[in-house]
Design a protein around this ligand. Structure first.
Ligand SMILES: Cc1cc2nc3c(=O)[nH]c(=O)nc-3n(C[C@H](O)[C@H](O)[C@H](O)COP(=O)(O)OP(=O)(O)OC[C@H]3O[C@@H](n4cnc5c(N)ncnc54)[C@H](O)[C@@H]3O)c2cc1C
Length: 256
């Protein structure tokens, strides 16, 4: 492992929490794109999106789906792209063992409607960040793609993303200098951190690098531990979340 670990002396970035009024909106499917074998993109529209707000690439909205047996299902998704002027919102769905959200997306047709709520809040990360290290899997790819595209010139971004095969790679347009590392593993091993940690072992993580991690909960936890224990990343210089949990429906796991 090359080492130029993060110095604890630099003031940590601030995670500023901004609340938004909760608003429910009914959206119509306007366009469907298969980005890759493992990713489906839905373009949604509604006049109700004219005041849609999402301040951070890792914001999430709730998708509400009918449940014949009780309360509706709610699942978290990233606003991948949005435009108030054209009242449009894009959501990318990772394709996997289908729960209600994935099933809905896979069977969606132009003109279908869906109800979404939020985002209820945004965590805006501000500070002396010269570099982002973005680590995640398919579920985190929309948030990672948005962060890469929204990062300004003069800042560098390294992404380490696990997908099934080279067909699932995506390309991003960014003013930032972007270095991409793709890790291939079958989705059946989506709860195993070893391939991602092996890729992370090969990269330098210098001072003023903010590490953002989102993946299957066990993987996100293992990478969080690796970052603190093996790479010495100090508190305040990373954010980690479990975006799903193997064998659990509708999981969103906070990683401390
Ligand atoms: C903040 C946040 C943002 C997110 N943004 C996105 C996004 O933009 N796009 C996206 O695709 N996902 C995103 N996710 C993940 C998404 O919420 C979950 O994958 C969700 O569980 C999918 O719901 P479902 O109804 O299809 O499956 P569920 O009913 O929740 O689960 C059914 C089965 O599928 C498994 N499963 C769930 N997700 C995955 C997965 N990704 N890969 C493999 N197996 C899985 C579960 O373990 C379970 O066994 C996000 C999660 C969070 C917390």
């Amino acid at each position: 492992m090359m080492s130029e670990e993060t110095s604890p002396s630099l003031a940590a970035p601030k995670l500023e929490r901004v609340r938004h009024d909760l608003k429910w909106r009914t959206l119509t499917v306007a366009k469907i794109e298969r980005l890759s074998p493992g990713m489906l993109r839905l373009h949604l529209t509604s006049d109700e999106l004219s005041d849609f707000t999402s301040l951070s690439p890792d914001d999430h909205i709730k998708i509400l789906l009918p449940n014949p047996d009780g309360d509706p299902f709610m699942r978290d998704y990233t606003p991948r792209l949005f435009d108030n002027a054209s009242a449009s919102l894009v959501i990318d769905f990772a394709v996997h063992e289908a729960g209600p959200a994935t099933l809905w997306a896979l069977s969606a047709k132009i003109g279908d409607t869906v109800k979404i709520g939020g985002p209820r809040g945004s965590v805006v990360i501000k500070g002396p960040i010269a570099k982002w290290l973005l680590v995640g899997d398919e579920a985190a790819l929309p948030a990672i793609g948005r962060r890469i595209e929204e990062t300004e010139a003069g800042i560098s971004v390294t992404s380490v993303i696990a997908v099934e095969s080279s067909e699932d790679r995506q390309s991003f347009v960014s003013a930032a200098a972007h270095d991409e590392i793709w890790v291939h593993r079958p989705l059946s091993q989506g709860d195993r951190p070893d391939a991602m940690i092996a890729a992370l072992d090969k990269i330098d993580i210098g001072t003023d690098t903010f590490v953002w991690i989102a993946a299957e909960a066990k993987v996100a936890k293992a990478i969080r531990v690796y970052m603190t224990e093996k790479r010495g990343i100090p508190a305040g210089w990373f954010k980690a979340a479990g975006y799903w949990q193997k064998g659990e429906a509708g999981a969103h796991v906070a990683i401390e």
